[in-house]
Design a protein around this ligand. Structure first.
Ligand code: GAP
Length: 520
């Protein structure tokens, strides 16, 4: 699992995962019990990194939406926050379509007990003609089976091509499953609902069955009318929520990319149908800019507009913001979807709950003979920018990971200063001659000023080179070192993580320099 990134350096997923473990970004959940598939914990640095990403989204989406830019129809963009529960009334998920339709088809291998998403299984077949009575070789992309099956297929057929398993007629008597020895071990596909369920109350009968939310969005839809009825807000406006979702993924994999518990950052933006396509374009373009602003730049980030045949029946337009993860390279994996969902969700909830969810728009509708406006009643249309927080953290980790053998610290994390879990480090060059005391004071001052943004580190042990290397690996953008010269002219060395360049700055300017750098 490796890829060439824009800068030409090879990024290996194994190296990224190993640094994440070593430096306390990400740990396997319940690791001492052997782990639990599809669940990941964050260590101290990972927790801060994730918090900083969540906070950046919150700040730019809710507190100062779209950086204060006007919307396409000339008004300030307005977004309100909400926090809804992980467990909703089960009818919410019936109305949303998740009970009946949130399924992944899976196939099992009777021999190896492997389980695969049906739509992920590919088969190597001869490039031309059919395989006759020879076996054909099934594999799953990015998995070791891809290479080993390819070798066997080439040995059997010479020139080969890949086709989807679904294109072969069943039963698959001649298909050798990934990692199997004999053909014919794959079961027919079965539908598997991705929602986790539980029981509410002590009796735990089927009537008490409830679901852990598979997305935060439906909580927003079911409270939308309460929000517009109880706040001084009018359409167009958005409601934003960040929180945990659960999906019992058939094949969780690729580190945290497809997890069974993860956080989403979702916006439902409500508008009049006549303005929906403009708002769609606004959110699509701004969300792309936003990801760039926090460090996902260059060729690794793309915007992919869905083809007509990819759209859900209620969607008039959808695009995905995709990142080139090392395990998807040279392809891309979804980071955020921006969908124009019509008024599908509100109309479903109106139908299933019996509650009237129409919005009465005082700015539209017919003018009465007395000059007053009647107001237009309608179910607002919705633009939904829906991003994965954990997937965002993973993209940031992959983008930040940099290897440069010419440096004393060959591996370093090039986090955008806004996201860096450690904002700065203060070191005494040696642990004597009054330097520790000066470092201690500077550390305390910076912690008081910047502590709400991230850690300010200090450390007097080991050589200064080793201390810099530790900070580089943790992605700390700036180090300030107190040395002999500090004692005479009150200047310190400021070292830049990305270039390794050092220059002297006055000690009493460090705080304002850091403010500029962290805001820049
Ligand atoms: N309400 C729309 C919705 O949930 P989605 O495309 O299923 O849309 C939105 O999910 C985002 O949530 C994805 O773009 C991805 O970043 C993240 N996501 C979805 N499933 C995930 C999983 N199993 N693990 C981690 N992140 C996931």
């Amino acid at each position: 699992m490796s890829s060439e990134n824009a800068g030409g350096a090879v990024k290996s997923m194994d190296a990224i995962m190993s640094l994440c473990k070593r430096r306390g970004f990400v740990y396997q959940a319940s690791e001492i019990y052997g782990g639990i598939n599809g669940f990941w914990d964050y260590g101290p640095l990972g927790t801060l990194l994730k918090r900083n990403l969540r906070e950046a989204w919150w700040q730019d989406v809710v507190m100062n939406p779209c950086w204060g830019r006007k919307g396409p129809t000339g008004e300030r963009v307005s977004v309100l926050p909400i926090e809804t529960r992980l467990i909703q009334h089960p009818k919410v998920w019936k109305a949303s379509g998740h009970v009946d339709g949130f399924n992944d088809p899976m196939v099992d291998c009777r021999a190896t007990k492997g389980r695969y998403r049906y739509d992920h299984v590919m088969v190597y077949v001869p490039e031309s003609g059919d395989a006759g009575n020879k076996p054909v070789f099934a594999y799953v992309g990015d998995q070791p089976s891809e290479k080993s099956q390819k070798k066997l297929a080439e040995k059997t057929f010479g020139a080969i091509k890949s086709v989807a398993l679904s294109s072969l007629p069943q039963p698959w008597d001649r298909v050798i499953a990934p990692d199997a020895d004999q053909p014919g071990t794959l079961t027919p596909p079965r539908q598997f609902n991705l929602m986790f369920h539980t029981y509410v109350g002590a009796l735990a009968t089927e009537d008490d069955k409830a679901y852990l939310r598979p997305e935060t969005a439906q909580g927003i839809f079911v409270q939308a009318k309460n929000v517009w009825d109880t706040n001084r807000v009018k359409v167009p406006f958005g409601i934003a929520q960040v929180g945990t979702s659960f999906r019992n993924e058939v094949t969780p994999r690729n580190f945290t990319f497809r997890s069974r518990e993860f956080e989403q950052m979702e916006i439902e933006f409500f508008c009049h149908e006549s303005e929906a396509m403009q708002w769609y374009a606004h959110w699509r373009d701004w969300r792309m800019e936003w990801w760039k602003s926090i460090g996902l730049a260059g060729e690794n980030l793309i915007l992919r507009e869905h083809e007509q045949d990819e759209l859900a029946h209620y969607s008039k337009a959808t695009s995905d913001i995709e990142y080139r993860f090392p395990f998807t390279a040279p392809g891309f994996g979804e980071l955020e979807g921006v969908a124009y969902r019509g008024n599908f969700d509100l109309s479903q909830h109106q139908k299933h709950s019996g509650a009237k969810l129409e919005y009465n728009d005082p700015t539209r509708g017919e003018i009465l003979p007395n000059g007053a406006r009647r107001g237009e009643r309608y179910l607002p249309h919705v633009i939904e920018p829906s991003a994965g927080l954990d997937r965002g953290v993973l993209a940031i980790l992959c983008e930040a990971y940099t290897k440069d053998e010419s440096r004393p610290s060959p591996e370093f994390m090039k986090f955008h200063p806004r996201l860096a879990p450690i904002k700065a480090a203060v070191f005494p060059l040696v642990d004597k001659e009054g330097m520790p005391e000066i470092a201690e004071k500077l550390h305390a001052d910076l912690s008081a000023k910047f502590g709400r943004l991230g850690f300010i580190e200090t450390d007097a042990k080991q050589s200064i080179g080793k201390r810099y290397a530790r900070m580089d690996e943790a992605g700390c953008p700036y180090c300030f070192t107190i040395d002999g010269e500090t004692l005479t002219n009150q200047t310190v060395t400021m070292r830049d993580r990305d270039t390794g360049a050092q220059h002297r700055v006055a000690i009493d300017e460090v705080a304002s320099i850091l403010t500029d750098k962290l805001n820049g």
